[in-house]
Design a protein around this ligand. Structure first.
Ligand code: PGA
Length: 258
């Protein structure tokens, strides 16, 4: 299947950055720059919980969509400090990042909790950006594919052919996140193609051909075009470079042209 029939998605992952006034300023700068991507490339800003309402108000009427960076798996109850899918959906949030490696690494997330969060997100009407990726040690041990297959299969347990349409997968090698050490376009392409093959095995070729797979990990204004030109890389999940309007826009434009 030709990549141009899939939805290209460029998503910023702001992580723990920006106060509300700063968020408004950045989004006001991004909006006019990326307006031409409408109908061609989906543009998303995944922002801290405290910035969600500001982001939704600031992007209203534009083609910039808003995402959260995590969601809890229960609907409600005694879970101090957590946020549910219903709370996010009611705000007008459309996307949520699930299973980011920083959540796995620093906050004890496992493939099982990632699965529960993903089911809660799509069950609550959100679209999930599911992150998978191997560590440097795992890559050097030659078990990248095993790790990616396991993370993908466990995260998607209990999903159906219909609801998988609300899932985007982001391949983010842990060793490339925030390190400036980007995967080569070939390395990124190989794993994205492998993820698509894994999806074909779990569902069927049609589902695999339709799912958007992003690359993330030190993607920036300089290296984005080469990565986004690869046949199985349908977009990017951008950390550091999403905090600068010009750089983020360069990546959006590379997707528009790619
Ligand atoms: P980075 O982060 O672009 O700063 O490497 C990517 C991510 O964590 O999603």
């Amino acid at each position: 299947m030709n990549k141009s029939t899939r939805k290209a998605i460029i998503a910023g992952n702001w992580k723990m950055n920006k106060t509300r006034p700063e968020a408004k300023e950045l989004l006001e700068a991004i909006k006019p720059l990326v307006a031409n991507a409408e109908g061609n490339v989906e543009v998303i800003a995944c922002v801290p919980f405290t910035n969600l309402e500001t982001a939704i108000n600031t992007t209203a009427g534009s083609n910039v969509k808003v995402g959260a960076e995590n969601v809890h798996f229960e609907k409600s109850g005694a879970f101090t400090g957590e946020i549910s899918a219903d709370m996010l959906a009611e705000l007008g949030v459309e996307y949520v990042v699930i299973g980011h490696s920083e959540r796995r690494q620093y906050f004890g997330e496992t493939d099982e909790t990632v699965n529960k969060r993903l089911l809660a997100a799509i069950g609550g009407g959100l679209k999930a950006i599911l992150c998978v990726g191997e560590t440097l040690e795992q890559r050097e041990q030659g078990i990248t594919e095993e790790v990616i297959a396991m993370q993908t299969k466990i995260a998607l347990q209990g999903t159906c052919e219909k609801c998988i349409k609300n899932v985007v997968i982001a391949y983010e090698p842990v060793w490339a996140i925030g390190t400036g050490k980007v995967a080569t376009p070939e390395q990124a392409q190989d794993v994205c193609a492998f993820i698509r093959k894994t999806i074909a095995g779990l569902f069927n070729q049609e589902v695999a051909d339709g799912i958007t797979i992003q690359y993330g990990g030190s993607m920036n204004a300089k290296n984005c075009a080469e990565l986004l030109a690869k046949p199985d890389i349908d977009g990017g999940l951008i950390g550091g470079a999403s905090l600068k309007a010009e750089d983020f826009n360069t990546i959006v434009q590379a997707a528009v042209n790619g």
